[in-house]
Design a protein around this ligand. Sequence first.
Ligand code: ATP
Ligand code: MG
Length: 635
Amino acid sequence: MRNYLIEDLPQYFEDYKKSIKNPKKFWDKVADQNFVWYQRWSKVVKYDMNEAKITWFKNAKLNITKNCIDRHLAIRGDKTAIIWEPNDPKEEAQHISYNELYTRVNKTANVLRDMGIEKGDRVCIYLPMIPELAVTMLACAKLGAVHSVIFAGFSASAVSSRVNDCEAKMVITSDGSYRGSKVLDLKSIVDEALEKTPTVEKVLVVKRTHNEIKMKEGRDYWLADLYEKASPDFVTVIMDSEDPLFILYTSGSTGKPKGMLHTCAGYMVYTAYTFKNVFNYKENDIYWCTADIGWITGHSYILYGPLLNGATTVIFEGVPTYPEPDRFWEVIEKHKITQFYTAPTAIRSLAKESTEWVDKHDLSSLKVIGSVGEPINDEAWHWFNDHVGKKKCPIVDTWWQTETGGIMISPLPFVTPTKPTYATLPLPGIQPVLMDDKRNEITGNQVTGNLCIRFPWPGIARTIWRDHQRYKETYFTAFPGKYFTGDGALRDEVGYYRITGRVDDVIIVSGHNLGTAPIEDSINQHPAVAESAIVGYPHDIKGNALYGYVTLKETGESRDKDNLKKEINQLIADQIGPIAKLDKIQFVSGLPKTRSGKIMRRILRKIAEGDFSNFGDISTLLNPEIVEEIKNERI
Ligand code: ATP
Ligand code: MG
């Protein structure tokens, strides 16, 4: 991105204004000046928000890998594109240059083609965080195949349901994966999953852990054997702007995951633009996002966004606490990371540990630190700011979704003054609106409402794979003419946005709408509290009452629980008002979370209501065992 780095607040406001006044002109220029195209578009954007039909850069021809890799070779061929940091710090890190990435992607694309994969075919990738994950995704893109990455931790049933939903022809997996001290047997999970997947013809297996595994004759192949023999030359497939690039299933926090479809041109333009601006990426920076590539964050901000900008991006195989709880800080010091992007759940879990772990590392290379996935509570924000950013790195609290393709609302570092728990201002091209339940737009400031977006942006998902009706119903019918995010937000006195939680989670107590985030935020400020989640349950007088689930910091001392409850409620009363006090507080040893680390409040709600019958789709749950404990100790 040459001309589009926003450097100060006046420029932000100017660019923002331009992008709203004339979005076509704005995105036309961004697309024109920053990418290589085989053919230009005939129309910048065409949309029908009622039918949920959106096209960007109509008739343009491109391939995203030309922009991610090929065009960099002349100027930064020897520059490191990917630093791979293994699970075990004793194993050596890999530095993969743009030149090498080019060759690896070409050879892998040839392997895929030889195995019968053609443009438009779906390939499911079920791999740990190893270089082959990035390489196979890019090889699919180069060939025009549609990748669908499945987080390598999901069960066989979660794998087969995704494989069947997108009717994948191939699955790429490994003989195993390392996660902390554990070795997971991915291949046998795939074997079990593939008992019920008629569309899969071939399975490619990457060697990683050297586990004993079964290979099915005629179906399973070692990738390395084929790769050895593959040609390093591959003629890139020319894609149309609206050809599918990938399908990715949402996290499943609110129900059955949705297979979001992203297409080539708009996604490329949007992730590149947002990466450059939100992380203030400069040529020699070393950028690290700790998400798994199995989530949208990894797609857009480990792989595509960074490579489109010729960046150096880190892929980390391990977990924050292995071998010790300073693994993140050690990696930052080791690779001299400049931008560090993680999630509130990781911050909260590391904040539980002694600060000695973080203080003993030199984090002075850091410039920008970021958060994504959930509202970041005040306590976690300050811990991150004080101990990781040392009060000198702006925190970018980035709000966005699988559906949006890229970051939508976020501070720009060194541009937007930050405010704890606020995602602050929309990026250029993004028009947030708050709507009331009667579908009226709420104007002015110091208001809350349903967060919608008024105008399409290039990164928006185009549909749910083979279920356009569900796409239309989920996002475009609640507030006709607008994209509905499902989240609630507050707009403060200067126009900053704060995400208050999911609208489905809003609890109406005695006629007052209460978002989950602000209340949890107050609870988490209690020094003994590590994490919390609140839900509503029916109450005769108030309509609903609040039920809080609270985990405590591990200090080894015993505490007077009744006192704690009083103190927590006092905090809430002081900060929000007595209306938001909790009727019940249950101390738990953990909260049910999705694999991407989000609290699954819908299960907690069921438990609070005393309804243990149907928890819905829990295949995306990280810690199913906790559900039993919480159920048994329900108040
Ligand atoms: P599903 O749609 O299947 O229920 P999900 O919404 O958890 O799953 P994602 O697309 O991974 O799937 O998550 C997007 C959601 O995460 C947003 O709608 C929002 O609720 C939350 N979120 C992400 N980033 C932030 C942030 N910075 N602040 C507040 N909430 C955030
Ligand atoms: Mg969602």
